[in-house]
Structure formats: structure tokens, C-alpha cells
Design a protein around this ligand. Structure first.
Ligand SMILES: Cc1cc2nc3c(=O)[nH]c(=O)nc-3n(C[C@H](O)[C@H](O)[C@H](O)COP(=O)(O)OP(=O)(O)OC[C@H]3O[C@@H](n4cnc5c(N)ncnc54)[C@H](O)[C@@H]3O)c2cc1C
Length: 486
């Protein structure tokens, strides 16, 4: 039987089940499809494709050295698969599972229907801790560990590669796309180098460096684009981290890496939410929040936020830095969203799409869950309103980061604040706390908690006892939830 490996967000050689299985077949071929639906999706930015193509260039050489040709084609997935089958009559399609946006879910359903009609066997393998068709979250963390602690997939020596021409694939220019902003190093080698350097010592300052935009760029792992494009497997990162923690005599490093290791679970925990409820890309987790902000969308405020000219220097510095580099640390991402949601009273969808285009690491499951969490529409998480002034005092006390990105700050060229912070926050709090106190909101919070809450983390069902004040609510948040907000 002939096999076709359909590469998606798994652009690596190591720990790759579909590639390993393909080697057992009479003939094999690998394919990456540049899908028009992706290019047209509102969260897409040319930097995403540029990164994928750079990863593919390296992978193509890796696979060619083992006798496996890799084709890169452009078109709707079903059309490309059907055309290729006329040139190379494969019977077995192999890929990893994907937890993506609605268009990719619809495409997977179309591919499944096409495979059934054509008599093609399609085998999808998991590659993260996300569990398909999960009934409930009970025991999820144990399943995550079972998968992540299992041995990595043994990779074959070589393949009986199909004899096909492998012309050069598309480029941004050939697809009519503008050039991408400067990118970090792409591909599997770069991912492994980043991980090795982080575990060998760079990660020592992780806990201290994580929160400030001045230190986080160096002190965090910076693995997120690699996890999003699959140039390294989550299992490999987890196992390498656990091995370092167990073996290093450096207790500071081990302690720092324990914090990092916990975040790897959060990656899959958030993706699981989108897997279980794909609609959260578009609509509120807590439906009682429907209508809260939809009709109040102020485009001028939104544009000022996007362009980094809100008159709040820490917000503007973060936004400008993100636009230039494609990355921002967790706390500053959360602050940007909190500012959009509470200070500017913007619904999360458009700011979320804008940020998706800026983040090279755009991962829909994490992204939409976090957008809603930081906007107060999950119904179960503590409302966390970040003060940009406090964030600047805590994480950029000398104003170094602000001066770097907002050089005109302190001159007449810098805009005045676009909102009155006190008045905006008073109104936002009143609206949200009033809503959360309703019996409907409490009942719904229970349902959201049952479906999406991390029971292993011991999160108290927030609907069971409605928090009366913000301080009390924060005190009630579980340690793991608080850890997430650090
Ligand atoms: C509004 C908002 C949107 C976000 N969107 C994305 C996104 O699209 N893609 C993305 O990868 N991360 C997203 N995050 C989470 C987090 O900010 C990034 O994962 C992190 O900043 C990436 O840098 P790093 O790889 O150096 O992280 P490290 O701190 O080194 O963490 C290692 C890995 O753990 C995972 N991780 C870390 N923090 C979190 C978290 N809070 N939730 C889930 N997983 C986490 C990521 O896979 C990350 O690469 C978002 C956070 C917020 C507040």
C-alpha cells in the first residue's frame, strides 16, 4: 500500500508518528498544502506562512536525505489531495490531529468525507495532550501525563520514496502576499537549540524574568512559535525538561524549570477548550455575557489601541513592541487585552483577530480561551483588570521599555489618554459584577466549570459561591489559577 503523509502543524522529523508509519509502506510521499482558506482567514498574517515555509525548507532536506520527497502545493485540501491521487495513487493518508479554527475543522470534515468516498484510509495521530471526543475533564491531567511520559516515536532509517517531481514550492511573492516582518530562526534545529539553551541555563531566571517585557524576551523559552508549528513535539519538550529537573545539581535552575513545566500543561489545557467547544472562537463561553459589549464597539478607540497611541505609555509600548517583533510576554498580552476589554469596553473578537495576526505563535485554542479569560467572558475566572500604570511601575520602573518603544513620550507629540481610566473602570466593574451576581450567571458558571474547568487543579466551582468583591474573588482563586496570572 502507498502512503501519503499530510504535514500540517507538525513540521519536524523527531517524534513524528505519521512519518514513522509511512516508512512501513511500499511507497511514501509527504505533502504540505498551502490552503487558500488559511490565507483568507482573518487571523492569518504573512509572517505565519513565511515561518511555515522556512520550516519546510529545512524539513524537505531532512526527509530527502532519508529518501522521502516532500511536495508543497497550493489549493483547497480536497482538490489537492484528489489531484495528487491521480499522479500517485496512495491508499493511506497519514496526519496529526489538528485543533484549529472553524475553517480547518470544516476542511477536516470535507477531507474525511472525500477519503470515505475514495476508499482512502485516513489515520490521524494525536501530537499534544488534547483528547478528541472527550466526554468530560475528569482525569484529563493524568491522560496528559500518560501521553507525554510515553516514549518518543522511534524514527525509521529511510523510506521507499515515491517517484514524483518536487518543484520549488510557492513563496510569499508568488502568492501575491507582502513580505513578512523579520522572523526568529525557524525549523527543528532552531527549536532544539532554543530548548537546549533554555534547559542548560538560560531558564535559570525564568520565574523572575517572566513578567517584565524587559527581561522576558531572554528569560522565557521563546518556544511558542515552534510548538504552534510543531517543529518540536510537546512530548520532547516535556521529557527534556523533566530530565533536566531530575538530574541538574543546580536547584535554582530546577525550581525555575518546574514553573516552566507547569505551563506546558496549560498549553494543552487551553487547546482542549477549543477542541471541546469550537464555538468559543466566535461566541462567549458564558452566554449571559452576550450583548454586553457587542453594540458598544468604538472603532476609533480600537484603532488607537492597534496603533499604540492610546496615551497610556505601557500599553502603547507593548503594542508597538509586539508589532515589531511578533512576540510579547504573557503578562503584557493579558494587560493589552484587559485594557481593550475594560478600559475601552471593546468586545474581544476584533482585538483577538488583530492580536492573532501579530503573534507569530498564534495558537487558536490558547488564544481564544485567553482572549475571553482576560475579557471576563468565561463566567468562571476571576476578573483581572490590569492597571497599565501599576504594570509600568512594577515591570519597567526606570521607563526603559517605554522610552525604547515610545520615544515621543513626555513630549507634546504624545497623545493624551483616550479614556478617563477611573470612570471607565468603575463602569466596567459595575456592569460585570452586576451581571455575575445574577442567578443565570451563577448557574451558567457551574456548567462552564463542569465542561472546561481544570478539576485536577482544584478550581472551586465559581458559580457555587458568587464572589462579592474583587478582593474576595482573588482570594478564592485556586493557587494554580493565580499562578497562571503571574
Ligand atoms: C490574550 C493572550 C493570548 C495568547 N495567545 C497565545 C497564542 O496564540 N499562542 C501561544 O502559544 N500562547 C498564547 N498566549 C500564552 C502566552 O502568552 C504565550 O504562550 C507565551 O508568552 C509564549 O512565550 P514562551 O514560549 O517564551 O513561553 P514560556 O513562558 O517559555 O512557556 C512555554 C510554553 O508554555 C505554554 N504557555 C505558557 N504560558 C501559557 C499560558 N498562559 N497559557 C497557555 N499556554 C502557555 C506555551 O506553549 C509556551 O510556549 C496568550 C496569552 C494571552 C494573555
Amino acid at each position: 500500500m502507498s502512503a501519503l503523509v499530510w504535514l500540517k502543524r507538525d513540521l519536524r522529523w523527531r517524534d513524528h508518528a505519521p512519518l514513522a508509519t509511512a516508512a512501513l509502506h511500499e511507497q511514501a510521499l509527504a505533502l504540505y498544502i498551502v490552503e487558500p482558506e488559511w490565507l483568507a482567514s482573518p487571523g492569518f498574517d504573512p509572517q505565519h506562512l513565511a515561518f511555515a515555509l522556512a520550516c519546510l525548507a529545512e524539513l524537505r532536506a531532512t526527509l530527502a536525505a532519508r529518501g522521502l520527497p516532500l511536495l508543497v502545493r497550493v489549493g483547497p485540501a480536497v482538490d489537492v489531495l484528489a489531484q495528487l491521487r491521480r499522479e500517485y495513487p496512495y491508499r493511506h493518508l497519514l496526519s496529526h490531529e489538528e485543533t484549529g479554527e472553524g475553517w480547518s475543522y470544516a476542511r477536516d470534515r470535507a477531507v474525511a468525507a472525500w477519503c470515505r468516498a475514495q476508499g482512502v484510509l485516513w489515520t490521524e495521530s494525536p501530537q499534544t495532550g488534547v483528547v478528541r471526543r472527550l466526554r468530560d475533564r475528569k482525569g484529563w491531567a493524568a491522560r496528559w501525563h500518560a501521553r507525554m511520559d510515553a516514549p518518543e516515536v522511534a524514527m525509521p532509517e529511510g523510506f521507499a520514496g515515491a517517484r514524483v517531481d518536487t518543484p520549488d514550492g510557492p513563496t510569499l511573492a508568488s502568492l501575491g502576499l507582502p513580505p513578512a516582518r523579520p522572523l526568529p530562526a525557524a525549523g527543528e534545529r532552531a527549536a532544539l537549540d532554543l530548548l537546549d539553551g533554555f534547559l542548560a541555563g538560560r531558564g535559570r531566571v525564568y520565574r523572575r524574568a517572566l513578567s517584565s517585557p524587559l527581561s522576558a524576551a531572554e528569560g522565557c523559552s521563546r518556544l511558542s512559535p515552534h510548538l504552534a508549528f510543531g517543529t518540536v513535539s510537546m512530548r520532547h519538550v516535556h521529557q527534556a525538561t523533566e530530565a533536566t529537573i531530575a538530574n541538574t545539581p543546580d536547584r535554582t535552575l530546577a525550581h525555575a524549570l518546574r514553573g516552566f513545566a507547569g505551563r506546558l500543561r496549560w498549553h494543552c489545557h487551553f487547546m482542549q477548550k477549543l477542541e471541546d467547544e469550537p464555538a468559543i472562537e466566535h461566541r462567549n463561553f458564558a452566554r449571559v455575557c452576550d450583548g454586553l459589549r457587542e453594540d458598544a464597539f468604538d472603532r476609533e478607540r480600537f484603532e488607537a489601541w492597534c496603533e499604540g497611541r492610546t496615551g497610556f505609555p505601557m500599553v502603547d509600548a507593548c503594542m508597538r513592541s509586539l508589532r515589531a517583533t511578533g512576540w510579547l510576554n504573557f503578562r503584557m498580552r493579558a494587560m493589552l487585552v484587559s485594557f481593550a476589554a475594560y478600559h475601552l469596553w471593546l468586545h474581544w473578537r476584533e482585538p483577538g483577530l488583530f492580536l492573532a495576526r501579530q503573534f507569530l505563535d498564534y495558537e487558536p485554542g490558547i488564544h481564544w480561551s485567553q482572549m475571553q479569560m482576560q475579557s471576563g467572558t468565561t463566567g468562571i475566572n476571576t476578573l483581572r483588570i490590569y492597571s497599565p500604570t501599576k504594570q509600568a511601575m512594577d515591570h519597567d520602573p526606570e521607563g526603559v521599555f517605554i522610552r525604547r518603544w515610545v520615544p515621543e513620550f513626555g513630549t507634546p507629540a504624545y497623545p493624551r489618554p483616550i479614556v478617563d481610566e477611573r470612570a471607565a473602570l468603575r463602569l466596567a466593574r459595575e456592569r460585570l459584577y452586576a451581571l455575575r451576581a445574577t442567578p443565570e450567571a451563577r448557574a451558567e458558571a457551574d456548567a462552564v466549570q463542569q465542561r472546561h474547568g481544570s478539576r485536577k487543579a482544584g478550581l472551586p466551582p465559581s458559580g457555587a459561591r458568587a464572589p462579592r468583591t474583587r478582593r474576595r474573588a482573588e482570594a478564592e482563586a485556586s493557587p494554580l489559577q493565580q499562578e497562571l496570572f503571574r
